[in-house]
Write a protein that binds this ligand. Structure first.
Ligand SMILES: C[S@@+](CC[C@H](N)C(=O)[O-])C[C@H]1O[C@@H](n2cnc3c(N)ncnc32)[C@H](O)[C@@H]1O
Length: 277
């Protein structure tokens, strides 16, 4: 590792093992990543050269859906699970640009996210970052920091951007999601973006997804490109809003804002928004 990186590494961060948050940061053009992360990212780019565009497309989906929840669905409090490293257009910035004072609780388990998040995200009494594991929903829901900003009698925007595909089948991501949703008030919304394997519909893309899944699991120990049926199952018991579960750029595109995305479709990354009845 170069001396400059060694000097700037916050304590508690293991730079000998790649981290999901840091590999993703590299794909987004960020600077909070290390040699080991870049090595994995370069290998992923050989399989999926459009990974940086897909990551940008995920952030654009985040901006559109959070804006929708704040402006159209009247959501004033957000719980963002697997929030990642701060980047441009963080959830609280998007939501508070619509409604100042909107509360945002960020949750992540990676020490680098917590180190940088505390410095950059926990800006005032409306925003907090909680170090917790997505696989422990009750711990997150009952954490005093969560409770200090979220009133579970009122609708919540539960955000799961690029996180459920880091939970294995054995960890039962749909079951974990259901444990969060059970505690939300009617009128709450759930947003999911997730790696997608389109199967026989796009055989070449499906093969690429399978190769990427193998690489991710070898290097990062996680990563599942799930089928459409598996993704739709997340929304069981919820009202999936139009246009349903779609490749990210196709979710209510905004021609004003997302010029770079227009006309590009990534069948390996899908998402949707649903409302709790
Ligand atoms: C690909 S990043 C997505 C970041 C952000 N949500 C976005 O979409 O731009 C996934 C994030 O989920 C976090 N993560 C993965 N597994 C987690 C778990 N079990 N508990 C909490 N966070 C987790 C990682 O640390 C990483 O920051």
């Amino acid at each position: 590792m170069p001396q400059s990186e060694r000097d700037s590494t916050p304590s508690g961060i293991d730079t000998t093992k790649p981290s999901v948050a840091r590999v993703y940061d590299y794909m987004l053009g960020g600077k909070d990543n290390y040699e080991i992360d870049r090595h994995v990212a370069q290998a992923a780019l050989k399989i999926a050269p459009d990974a940086p565009e897909a990551a940008q497309s995920n952030r654009a989906f985040l901006r559109r859906t959070v804006r929708y929840l704040a402006a159209e669905a009247g959501i004033r409090q957000f719980l963002d699970i697997g929030s990642g490293l701060p980047t441009q257009g963080n959830v609280h910035e998007v939501a508070q640009s619509v409604t100042p004072g909107t509360h945002v609780v960020y949750v992540d388990h990676d020490p680098i996210v917590l180190a940088h998040g505390r410095a950059l995200l926990a800006v005032d009494e409306t925003t907090v970052i909680v170090d917790a594991d997505a696989r422990e929903p009750e711990q997150i829901l009952d954490d005093p920091r969560t409770r200090s900003l979220i009133d579970f009698d009122e609708p919540v925007g539960l955000l799961l951007f690029g996180i459920l595909h880091h939970l294995s089948d054995e960890e039962d991501p749909a079951g974990i999601l259901a444990r969060f949703v059970r505690r939300l008030a009617p009128g709450s919304h759930v947003v999911i973006s997730h790696f997608h394997n389109p199967g026989a519909e796009h055989p070449e893309v499906s093969e690429q997804a399978a190769t990427a899944e193998k690489l991710f699991n070898e290097h990062l120990g996680t990563g599942r490109w799930r089928t459409r049926q598996e993704l739709l199952a997340y929304f069981d018991g919820l009202e999936l809003l139009e246009p349903g579960l779609v490749p990210l750029p196709e979710w209510r595109p905004d021609p004003e804002e997302d010029q770079a995305e227009l006309g590009i479709t990534y069948h390996t990354f899908a998402g949707g928004v649903a409302r709790k009845p």
